[in-house]
Design a protein around this ligand. Structure first.
Ligand SMILES: Cc1cc2nc3c(=O)[nH]c(=O)nc-3n(C[C@H](O)[C@H](O)[C@H](O)COP(=O)(O)OP(=O)(O)OC[C@H]3O[C@@H](n4cnc5c(N)ncnc54)[C@H](O)[C@@H]3O)c2cc1C
Ligand code: FES
Ligand code: FES
Length: 457
């Protein structure tokens, strides 16, 4: 009864609950938006709601801190905030920074208290070693959850209407080939909204979260293989190691709740023209592995997006893996997410650039944008105009900036006008060039401005 529903679309965090799963021999708690979570997705996990926190008549440390810091007024957001703090309490790096707290709370809106007391409560409670009923019972919980992992396929319903959770990639391939009309669900951060906002009734659901092997990250010396059901939260550190801009992109991807549920495969497979990962991974020359029945094929990621919401994927075929080449010594990467809010917002435009340098000259460029057309797409004319440019001669950059207008017919919608997108894309070409020329990003980023202000204070 404590869990609240506000927006019913994953934006406000009032419905936040925690899911605990065993990884590396211990239970990891992550916040999720219950409003867009299917019951079957809780399979095999420990579900913790706000009612579970107080023990033996004592408030949980995060609840006490919220009381001490006056972190609640009307209280509607409070159960969700307390659950996000509970996951931070169990997950946080120590010492805990204010910035880490802000990141952790980006998916929780409060409309009356104001965030300062809530952040204070987080800093008070979450910087210490966890000491609560969950840490005391940790071993027992690991045993209980491990016993649930029986590796069996789950199938509830009949051939016309079912919820299925295949336990292996083979049984997924077999089931989906037999039911190509089924809806695949990974993190449900898109599909959930079809249900809560579109009132869709989905007859056949195949949840991918139980399929062993699809959730694996494979690090090789020159590539990163990301299984389709790897969540954004799991992929974040590996992507950040390829380039800090990818790390920053993932930090700003939705909220912690969305990153804990949403998957890399779901972000690609949904074919959204404004998805964040596709442009970045296209600029990095990534490849996409698809599987249908026993047959697997690999295509360049950019070829997957054919037209608005139409992908190169036959009925019964699914995304199994994305292979991302790592940057070589003479390659430079830049990615820019343009959105109205810094945190927890969908892009108006998202531009990604990979320059192959020959000294101070651009030998080759790969540029891809989202939000600039019906699909995420490479900017071939701009790439051509960038090749051969000197980083030391800004007066020669104009043609490459102008070329972007020939590459795209931008979207015109409530996020931004076509004219705004066209201007911003042109400016991002300049920004990528000037940042590469100077090797400096502080002066051109909000983060850099903030650091400068703090230093001045
Ligand atoms: C509050 C909120 C904030 C968000 N912020 C961002 C953001 O900042 N940037 C951004 O890009 N997106 C954002 N999203 C959109 C969404 O979270 C992402 O696109 C996410 O990656 C989708 O992954 P999922 O696993 O949840 O997909 P699901 O909802 O499970 O599935 C999405 C689609 O992909 C299909 N699918 C899933 N997996 C596969 C597979 N392996 N093979 C074939 N088809 C598959 C499904 O059938 C469905 O059509 C946001 C969403 C919400 C609700
Ligand atoms: S009710 Fe707003 S995120 Fe779930
Ligand atoms: S206390 Fe009222 S919305 Fe946060």
């Amino acid at each position: 009864m404590g869990t609240k529903e506000g927006c019913a679309e994953g934006d406000c965090g009032a419905c936040t609950v925690a899911l605990g799963r065993v990884r590396g021999g211990r239970v990891h708690y992550e916040p999720v938006n219950a409003c867009i979570l299917l019951l079957g997705q809780v399979d095999g996990a420990e579900l913790v709601t706000v009612e579970d926190l107080a023990a033996g008549g004592e408030l949980h440390p995060v609840q006490s801190a919220m009381v001490d810091a006056h972190g609640s007024q009307c209280g509607f957001c409070t159960p969700g905030i307390v659950m996000s703090l509970f996951t931070l309490y169990h997950a946080s790096e120590r010492p805990l920074s204010r910035e880490a707290v802000n990141d952790a709370l980006a998916g929780n809106l409060c409309r009356c208290t104001g965030y300062r007391p809530i952040v204070d409560a987080a800093l008070q409670a979450c910087g210490e070693q966890p000491r609560d009923a969950f840490s005391t019972n940790a071993e027992h919980n690991v045993q209980g959850l491990t016993a649930l992992a029986d590796g069996q396929d789950v199938f509830i319903g009949d051939e016309t209407r079912f919820f299925a959770a295949p336990a292996s990639e083979d049984s997924l391939a077999d089931l989906y080939a037999r039911h190509p009309d089924a809806t695949l669900v990974a993190g449900c951060t898109d599909v959930g909204l079809w249900i809560t906002k579109g009132m869709a009734e989905i007859e056949k659901v195949i949840w991918l979260g139980r399929a062993a092997g699809l959730d694996v990250i494979e690090e090789a010396s020159d590539t990163l293989g990301i299984g389709a059901t790897v969540t954004h939260a799991e992929a974040h550190p590996s992507l950040a190691r390829i380039d800090p801009d990818l790390g920053e992109l993932m930090r700003r991807f939705g909220s912690w709740q969305v990153r804990a549920s949403g998957t890399v495969g779901g972000n690609i497979a949904n074919g959204s023209p404004i998805g964040d990962l596709a442009p970045a991974l296209i600029a990095l020359s990534s490849a996409l592995e698809l599987r249908h029945g026993d047959a697997t094929r690999t295509i360049p990621l950019e070829n997957f997006f054919i037209a608005y919401r139409r992908q190169d994927r036959v009925p019964g075929e699914f995304v199994r893996r994305i292979v991302v080449p790592k940057l070589k010594g003479h390659e430079v990467f830049r990615a820019y997410k343009i959105s109205k809010r810094f945190d927890e917002d969908i892009s108006a435009a998202m531009g990604a650039f990979k320059f192959t340098l020959d000294g101070r000259r651009i030998a080759e460029a790969r540029v891809a944008f989202g939000g600039m057309g019906a699909t995420p797409k490479r900017a071939l004319e701009t790439e051509q105009a960038l090749a051969g440019l000197s980083l030391d001669d800004p007066s020669s950059w104009g043609e490459a900036m102008a070329a972007i207008a020939r590459d795209y017919q931008p979207l015109d919608d409530h996020r931004s006008s076509a004219a705004y997108r066209a201007t911003v894309a042109r400016n991002l070409v300049f920004k990528a060039l000037s940042e590469t020329a100077s090797g400096e990003t502080r002066a051109t980023r909000i983060i850099g401005q903030r650091d400068a202000l703090q230093a001045a204070e």
